[in-house]
Design a protein around this ligand. Structure first.
Ligand code: GLA
Length: 533
């Protein structure tokens, strides 16, 4: 079974671990390293604070600490893993090689973990996952009872960790705020929890100076990691990395762009920051008062509390209605990994776009792109202000070839997905910019009909996709998902295009001869995008 299929079977649990970099496609399929030195049981006894790998200081800047509390008893180890405010009892502890393996129990059910204290006794390497899902490594630091108590005392604490009453379902009536798929940039892929005011302004500057804004990229979204604590009145304040949110919003608006922000229907976000659970109206008002234009709302820890589709819809509806009640036009981006056929109810809860799967950025990037050929949501649900969101772009991120970048971009355009860049724009190469700022290609994705293109032919690992455009033309994408050069032939008649007058290769920027059969060689993992009129 492919990894992402595994994830779907695994459900929401994997996503809840995203802050530990284990999420749907998170599979870092590497074996746990072995060493010859056996570890004494006593060495694991005590408290261990999880130290994020990419942003080791994030505990200090707003996240909820994650820790192990381990006790050695009768030759075995018991204890809990405290994750985003919940305690997961440890079970089935066994010595394994030079370390230990154990299961985490609780809700949602976690996968297996392995741990190995380092020789200095101060750090413990921990691996979470299994061979099927992939194994993500992270680090834990030994802390004393008093140090852990102090860290937890000063940390943010959600005030509603259990089920809240659900509103009666009703259609909140979506407003047409996203007539074409939103385009922009989001902080998560580049900065994760280290995102701050300065880096967001810097990206906004580059969006202007590089011409990306004028190419259509208008939304600058601050993803997870901006949140601080609620005050006595329940108002959520940014953490110290965002000293002047209103000023930041003004800065983006003054440059002719819009600004997005991130929260969760759960008490805690995927990376352990305070979510909007029970504070939806208050947070919506705060966002509106800041001048926010888009909210990405990520299910995350809501999966610890809510179990059903109806509950999920209701929690999304609460925020959808709250956003509308502010009177400010705020695009509502649902991030619940495509569960429960979200396209069939996303609009009813006020949503304008909804993710169709897990995080592309985790694990093997080509796999994440290739997966979307078959998992793009239901095209019938797509249209103005109703977009199947194939997740943030990987163009410009290490792990894909230039050919794969183009294929990725072409597929997202054909699928009428929102195009939210995830690369570091400050270091974007001219070649990457040429891919993400090609006006003729962008016009395909931004076509005002808002039709989601679909596969019309498939032979082996090659396929042809078609997307109807408003001016009567058809965008045709020829994809080679295979690992060798392949010739792809299009017979216009066979795909219902009769005799085209003009065929333009949009990536090459040249017209090609509209003969009855058009054959083109497409490199491995490559794509050709044609505009047929
Ligand atoms: C989840 C989302 C990501 C990102 C992270 C932040 O994994 O799917 O896009 O927002 O949470 O913690």
């Amino acid at each position: 079974m492919a990894l992402c299929d595994m994830f779907e079977a695994f459900g929401i649990a994997a996503i809840a671990l995203a802050g530990l970099t284990l999420s749907p496609a998170a599979a870092i399929a590497q074996p746990v390293p072995a060493s010859a030195n056996p570890v004494a049981l006593a060495e694991v006894s005590g408290n261990w604070l999880v130290v994020p790998r990419r942003t080791p200081d994030s505990i200090a800047i707003g996240g909820i600490p994650r820790s192990f509390r381990l006790t050695v008893e009768g030759g075995s180890v018991t204890g809990t893993f405290r994750f985003n405010g919940w305690d997961y009892p440890i079970a089935n502890w066994v010595a394994r090689g030079d370390g230990f393996a154990f299961d985490l129990t609780g809700k949602p059910p976690f996968v297996q973990m392995r741990a190995r204290p380092r020789a200095d006794g101060r750090f413990m390497d921990v691996w979470i996952g299994d061979e099927m899902l992939g194994i993500a490594p992270f680090l834990a630091r030994r802390v004393s009872d008093s140090e852990l108590a102090a860290i937890e005392r000063d940390a943010p604490r959600p005030d509603t960790m259990s089920k809240l009453p659900l509103p009666a379902p009703h259609d909140v009536g979506v407003r047409n705020l996203a007539p074409v798929p939103p385009m922009g940039w989001n902080s998560w892929n580049v900065f994760r929890e280290a995102v701050d005011d300065r880096s967001v302004r810097a990206m906004a500057d580059v969006m202007v100076s590089s011409g990306l804004r004028d190419a259509g990229y208008r939304y600058v979204t601050i993803d997870d990691g901006w949140q601080g604590q609620r005050d006595a009145a329940g108002i959520l304040h940014p953490n110290s990395k965002f000293p002047d949110m209103r000023g930041l919003v003004d800065y983006i608006h003054a440059r002719g762009m819009k600004i997005g922000i991130y929260s969760s229907p759960g008490p805690v976000t995927c990376s352990g920051y305070i979510g909007s659970h029970g504070h939806e109206a208050q947070d919506a008002k705060t966002f509106a008062a800041w001048g926010i234009d888009l909210l990405k709302y990520d299910w995350c820890s809501a999966s610890n509390i809510y179990d059903t589709k109806v509950e999920m819809q209701a929690r999304y509806q609460v925020m959808g209605a709250a956003l509308q009640a502010t009177g400010r036009p705020i695009v509502y981006s649902l991030c619940q990994y495509g569960l429960y056929d979200v396209g069939s109810w996303g609009n009813a809860v006020g949503g304008h776009m909804w993710r169709t799967g897990g995080d592309s950025i985790e694990g093997d990037l080509w796999h994440a792109v290739d997966y979307r050929f078959d998992h793009n949501g239901n095209a019938a649900h797509a249209g103005p202000s109703a977009w199947n969101d194939a997740d943030m772009m990987l163009v410009g991120i290490d792990g894909l070839t230039p050919e794969e970048y183009r294929t990725h971009y072409t597929l997202w355009m054909m699928a009428a997905s929102p195009i939210i860049l995830g690369n570091d724009l400050r270091t974007m190469t001219p070649a990457v910019k040429a891919i993400v700022a090609n006006p003729a290609v962008i016009a395909v994705g931004q076509d005002r009909l808002g039709i989601q293109g679909q596969r019309v032919a498939q032979i082996g690992t090659t396929e042809v996709w078609s997307k109807q455009l408003a001016d009567g033309a058809t965008a045709l994408a020829l994809f080679n998902r295979g690992t060798a050069l392949a010739a792809i032939t299009v017979n216009w008649r066979a795909i219902g295009l009769r005799a085209p007058k003009r065929v333009r290769d949009l990536w090459r920027g040249v017209d090609v001869a509209p003969a009855a059969d058009y054959t083109v060689e497409v490199p491995r993992h490559g794509a050709v995008l044609l505009r047929v009129s």
